[in-house]
Design a protein around this ligand. Structure first.
Ligand code: MF3
Ligand code: CO
Length: 256
């Protein structure tokens, strides 16, 4: 994580928009590849091909040794699932998270979708996670601070009886996939940095939500983060731009 928050110039913002648009398209391609009987590797392939076809680079591939373009995480897997031979089945919920680098800037987004018919709890979890993002970004504007976003996400999630992951957080983004500041999904301890939001900041707001307890574990593969109680989990993320008014959701798409 770089030390200080970068404020993007209008020219840089234009490139961020393009990078984010490719990331959003790749997420849609991933979503469309989620079907009963397909492997997580096939979902990754759809994401990877979309990114490359659009002239961008899959930034996750090789990032700290991560072996794929997309993180594909199933059911109790919260984030950083490694695509492989696992077959997704009717009743599963699948999260796809990816980054695309275009002309030196990164777009980052994620979402969780149902395979066929899923439980009522799974549906509620997916919808609450998505809506928590929108509750959070009501405060993503000049005049507020990072913690205002965090608190809104946490309160919304907990009001639905779910919990927010503490061990992983949202982040600034730009030339780096992870820049300052951290964007937690919970009220941080006293003394944690709580910067003011400034026009030209680009950040990723990304609720990671557990149906049960918020504690997580990392599997032996060194990447996959699962809920410790193996309850269902969901993730929703967009790259956003802070403006004078409403935030601009740079990775927005019709189908998410
Ligand atoms: N969107 C993820 C994040 O913000 C990207 C992870 S890429 C990986 O952490 F390579 F670390 F998996
Ligand atoms: Co992210």
């Amino acid at each position: 994580m770089s030390e200080s928050i970068t404020i993007k110039s209008p020219r840089e913002i234009e490139i961020m928009r393009q990078a984010a648009k490719i990331a959003a398209g790749a997420r849609s391609a991933g979503r469309q590849a989620i079907r009963d009987g397909l492997t997580t590797r096939q979902i990754n392939k759809a994401v990877h091909e979309y990114i490359v076809k659009n002239g961008a680079k899959p930034s996750c591939l090789g990032y700290e040794g991560f072996p794929a373009a997309a993180c594909v995480s199933v059911n109790d897997e919260v984030i950083h699932g490694i695509p492989g031979r696992r077959i997704v089945r009717n009743g599963d919920i699948v999260s796809v998270d990816l980054c695309a680098t275009y002309r030196g800037f990164v777009g980052d987004c994620a979402g969780t979708w149902a395979v066929g018919e899923v439980s009522e709890e799974a549906k509620r979890l997916i919808e609450a996670t998505r809506q928590a993002f929108f509750e959070g970004i009501k405060f993503a504007k000049v005049g507020y601070r990072i913690n205002d976003i965090s608190a809104a996400v946490q309160d919304y999630v907990e009001s639905h009886g779910f919990s927010v992951v503490r061990d992983f957080v949202g982040h600034g983004i730009g030339r780096g996939m992870h820049e300052a500041p951290e964007v937690p999904n919970y009220r941080p301890e006293r003394g944690h940095p709580n910067p003011r939001l400034v026009k030209g900041m680009t950040i990723c707001v990304e609720p990671m939500v557990c149906a049960g307890d918020w504690h997580v574990e990392i599997l032996k593969d060194g990447w996959t983060v699962v809920s410790a109680d193996h309850s269902l989990t969901a993730h929703y993320e967009n790259t956003i731009l802070i403006t004078d008014g409403e935030p601009e959701i740079l990775t927005m798409a019709d189908d998410i």
